[in-house]
Design a protein around this ligand. Sequence first.
Ligand code: DGY
Length: 318
Amino acid sequence: MAKPVLLVTRRLPPAVEARAAAEFDARLALSDQPMADVQAQAQGADAILTCPGDNFDAALIASLPASVKVIATFSVGFDHIDIAAATKRGIAVCNTPDVLSVATAETALLLILAAARRAGEGERLIRAGRWRGWAPTQLLGVGAIGRQLGIFGMGRIGRELARLARGIGMIIHYRDVARLPPALEGDATFHDSDASFLGACDILSLNAPGGEGTYHWLNAKRIALLPRGAVVVNAARGTLVDDEALIAALRSGQVGFAGLDVFEGEPRLNPGYLTLENVVLLPHLGSATVAARDAMGFLALDGIAAVLAGRRPENLVG
Ligand code: DGY
């Protein structure tokens, strides 16, 4: 029997491509960049495996051939896919939850420590040949251990970050649409208002999904509710942050330090960040470990196979 045709829109880790080629009639991509002609490449395809940054908007989805039954994204976030448009076309959508939670939480913790301890500034000092030796007042940070960490978005990644942060003595606060059941909440403190939550954040970590509901959640009004000098990190989606407001706060000292792995409109970012010493910038490395990326690919392929076999996969989002 002929294998189903799978269009892969980006180069993927070797183990994932090998499995895709073994199980499907796979049209593998040669590039790390988004595919320009998805609609043409998808002719005759049963399934598409895509990535964040590939914009599957209503127009693209409407133009896909009727053969396409499922789109899987190599990510937990699916804000780059118009789910309603896919549903209207009868196309299932799958993502890759859970398997990247540890890696992404690790990146958030990395940003917390790097921002609070000024690691980016220290690295730049040495590389620029400007380091003159140890000095009692050099690059004094604020530390993270024993301080209050506020997690906005206590889903899988937020809870994983809470687990790691507890391990280094941080005190966990969180804000979400609803309070978690006790088994998931543990000793974390739930806040039902922005004012009480943000007021408790020595360090604020954004871990909520992107999309309309969280667009520019961290704006000037909410930043003003943080204690002066707070640390802000974002390993979720750039769209959660009003960049102009955060840049102004980093300049005024209302936010002491920031660590950002994601940016609205990435790979372009607001040039204001590049003028600031007190921000650590990473190129969307959240889930970038070999183990996490392999597992993400395998889960996406599992979802595609299930849909094509007429089963409902656990990683179905629409
Ligand atoms: C995701 O999965 O949504 C990340 O942003 C990429 O790993």
